[in-house]
Ligand binder design. Structure first.
Ligand code: PLP
Length: 264
């Protein structure tokens, strides 16, 4: 039977999490839940489970570039998200191919550190992120520590959070979403800034140890919504609802921090 509706396609450029909770596994599961055709370009393989990251093995640079070329020469993603990009050199390369193929609706999740503390991005990569990736971004979705690392601002309250959003916006993204999960309040407030208005999306905090993959899942959900052509406001709102439910139904597997539930 022929297809009557357009198939929306989303690409993730990120690392693999062997434990299945974060990284490309979280992204592709999320794309699937949103009914979007998912594609993945791997930057690195992590050996990982619910207790932490046991190893990080980058894909050779030419392997990364060949994957991007394979996608770009055949499949046209309606939205792209980046997660763990491993190094400054890899960031520069990914940005080059995004520009070369004219991919739009770019969601940049500036993944730096895994929940257990393992580094997923070299320190030298911060400058490359600012120089090459942020100017291409439709939206950047840092958590509080990532926003602090990118802006040099210590986010202790609302004023500092707003200032960080302005600085990130001036680095080139059309929208900034600073996720509030790392603040210690009873309610989690995500700050959305479009260069004009500051808007807060607030929901109650879920007290659980099973939050692995939260950031990946949220940014993949935003990308899936953008692939459908949704406005950023709707994309972020729906992604927030999705991640709230996924955290509420976190999966108790393994002996450490279980993943959020992509199929809740
Ligand atoms: N990407 C990879 C490959 C990871 O292993 C991790 C965390 O371990 C992340 C991204 C970030 O995970 P989270 O969504 O929990 O911030």
């Amino acid at each position: 039977m022929g297809q009557l509706i357009k198939v929306c396609k989303a690409l993730t450029v990120a690392g693999s999490d062997s434990g299945g909770g974060a990284g490309i596994q979280a992204d592709v599961k999320t794309f699937q839940e949103f009914g979007v055709y998912g594609m993945s370009v791997l930057t690195a393989v992590t050996a990982q489970n619910t207790t932490g990251v046991q190893g990080v093995y980058p894909v050779p640079l030419d392997g990364l570039e060949q994957q991007l070329t394979s996608i770009g020469s055949d499949l046209k993603p309606d939205a792209v998200k980046t997660g763990m990009l491993f190094s400054g050199e890899y960031i520069e390369s990914v940005a080059f191919f995004i520009k070369k193929f004219g991919w739009s609706n770019l969601v940049v999740d500036p993944v730096m550190v895994a929940k257990g503390g393992a580094s997923l991005l070299g320190e030298e990569a911060l400058e490359a992120m600012k120089m090459y990736m942020l100017p291409l971004a439709k939206v950047i979705t840092p958590n509080i520590p990532e926003a602090e690392a990118l802006t040099g601002i210590e986010i202790t309250g609302d004023e500092a959070r707003h200032e960080a959003a302005r600085i990130l916006f001036n680095m080139g993204a059309d929208y900034v979403v600073i996720k509030g999960g790392h603040m210690e309040d009873e309610f989690v407030s995500d700050l959305v800034y479009n260069g004009n208005e500051m808007c807060e999306l607030i929901d109650k905090r879920v007290y659980t140890k099973n939050t692995h993959g939260t950031g990946c899942t949220f940014s993949a959900a935003v990308a899936a919504e953008l692939a459908y052509g949704k406005t950023m406001e709707n994309a972020v709102r729906n992604a927030k609802k999705f991640i709230q439910t996924a955290i509420e139904h976190g999966i108790d597997v393994g002996s450490g921090h279980g993943p959020v539930n992509h199929f809740a």
